[in-house]
Design a protein around this ligand. Structure first.
Ligand SMILES: [Zn+2]
Length: 143
């Protein structure tokens, strides 16, 4: 089976990231030429992952760690990803396959020393399609 790779490429002109099969001659967003050494932010194995990776790459730095879990791309520090996965595991455990409240989320986040406010964190998880928001302070895990 031929391995297919997708690239998340950051344009040095507009600093936005796009998903590409290979580095294009010019930025597909702003049209500026892309040098050969254009930054490849990450490589992923499927178009589905690519969509997430691009969203992640275009997410402001300070929100990126929270968004990085389970994706396995777009992070330089492997430990961060591990801690994000650990956070998700702890949340799932707290939810016990059911729903989780903002209060419980906060307890889990605090125990793991995660500074993000619970509603903000869960908004990111929701954005990732991992939970369903049931009310303003309650979520259900989808898987
Ligand atoms: Zn550009």
């Amino acid at each position: 089976m031929k391995e297919q790779r997708w690239l998340v490429v950051r344009c040095p002109s507009c600093l936005r990231c796009t998903g590409q099969r290979s580095i294009p001659r010019s930025c597909t967003l702003c049209g500026q030429p892309l040098p050969r050494e254009t930054e490849v932010v990450s490589e992923v194995e499927s178009a589905a992952l690519l969509q997430r990776a691009v969203a992640l790459a275009n997410t402001p730095e300070e929100l990126r760690d929270e968004l990085a879990f389970r994706i396995g791309v777009g992070h330089e520090d492997a430990n961060r990803d591990t801690s994000a996965s650990a956070t998700m595991m702890a949340l799932r455990k707290a939810a016990q396959g059911e729903t989780i409240s903002a209060e419980e989320v906060q307890r889990v986040l605090r125990s793991l020393n995660v500074q993000t406010p619970p509603t903000e964190f869960m908004a990111l998880v929701e954005h990732e399609g991992l939970v369903l928001r049931l009310g303003h302070d309650r979520w259900q895990f989808i898987e």
